[in-house]
Design a binder for this molecule. Structure first.
Ligand SMILES: Cc1cc2nc3c(=O)[nH]c(=O)nc-3n(C[C@H](O)[C@H](O)[C@H](O)COP(=O)(O)O)c2cc1C
Length: 301
């Protein structure tokens, strides 16, 4: 397990630059952090996304920016913007199952559009200075879709392929299909990274010779200390301090601040009663009291 590559999965709304930094500084144990996807909306790159990939916000944290694109043109614009920010490493999302993205032909919707995947391959070839990777699902409607694009993905200059073995139409329902992961590993010429429902350190191993590593999302949101031997409570409170102070400094109004702070706690694995008090707080005053109460009782039987 020692030399397995471990990545923190991108989770829109949760793993922003501040969260990634907090995890890196207070927990660690992860090789790389992927940013939530940078996207084009109404013809423009979202400013909010570019603030999250800004090099100053990520300084010192091993970060991989991710893009979502529906064709070669979009992909080129996104790469241009990230390269301008100084990035030489870019991940392409071919797995997002959100209906709005899929309908626009992005995420797992891209797996159904071989011509667009080919355009993206050509764009990658025009940028030999960038190290690319792909994060994908088995397909949108069927596994055949992913297998059909695999020859093109094999042509791409990639450092690895991360595979979440579910279909787009399943979203997060059903069981991640490890058998399907192995079938894809058989036909993929790139190193493979497994992603899906890894919640404990002991379950990191997937029986696959070509496995480079594991990408973990919700498991790490729930237990940020999972890959370390650090004290869980200390990790939580130290991370919270960074996220809290950043929210107080940069966000406006109780509502916005509380919404960011609630996202921090939403998945965290702490006793139900204490979590409920934190999540129910509608003012900052109540929120601070609930966190202080959790802090003073944590670790007690
Ligand atoms: C709320 C939420 C937001 C997500 N945002 C992204 C994203 O921006 N980019 C991406 O590639 N995957 C995204 N994902 C998928 C995760 O990266 C990951 O593939 C998925 O949660 C399965 O891994 P896990 O079982 O370890 O959580 C998101 C998932 C969730 C639940």
């Amino acid at each position: 397990m020692k030399d397995l590559y471990i990545a923190f999965a991108p989770l829109q709304g949760y793993t922003d630059a501040v969260y990634r930094r907090a995890h890196w500084e207070c927990a660690g144990g992860v090789n790389e952090y992927y940013t939530p996807f940078v996207r084009i909306e109404k013809g423009e790159l979202r400013r909010k996304d570019l603030r999250d990939t800004d090099s100053a916000a990520n300084e010192g944290v091993p970060t991989v920016p991710q893009v979502i694109a529906r064709d070669g043109d979009e992909f080129a614009r996104l790469c241009d913007a990230l390269q301008e920010q100084g990035w030489g490493r870019i991940d392409l999302n071919m797995g997002c199952p959100f209906p709005m993205q899929v309908r626009a032909g992005r995420g797992s919707g891209l797996l159904q559009r071989i011509d667009c995947v080919e355009e993206i391959l050509n764009e990658m070839r025009r940028r030999p200075e960038v190290v690319f990777s792909v994060k994908m699902r088995l397909g949108q409607e069927s596994e055949e879709e992913g297998l059909r694009v695999m020859p093109i993905i094999n042509e791409m200059p990639l450092v690895h392929v991360t595979l979440h073995p579910r279909l787009g139409r399943q979203q997060y329902k059903g069981i991640a299909d490890k058998g399907a992961f192995l079938r894809f590993a058989d036909v993929c010429r790139h190193p493979m990274v497994y992603n899906g429902d890894v919640v404990e350190c002991e379950r990191l191993q997937v029986e696959c010779e070509r496995l480079k590593g594991v990408m973990i999302g919700r498991g790490l949101l729930a237990r940020p200390w999972m890959i370390t031997d650090k004290d869980p409570h200390e990790v939580i409170m130290n991370m919270h301090s960074i996220v809290y102070h950043h929210a107080m400094e940069h966000l406006c109004g109780d509502c916005q601040i509380l919404s960011r702070l609630h996202a921090f706690w939403e998945y965290i694995d702490i006793p139900h009663k204490q979590k409920k008090a934190i999540m129910k707080a509608t003012t900052l005053q109540r929120y601070r009291e609930a966190v202080a109460s959790y802090n003073s009782t944590a670790g007690q039987p």
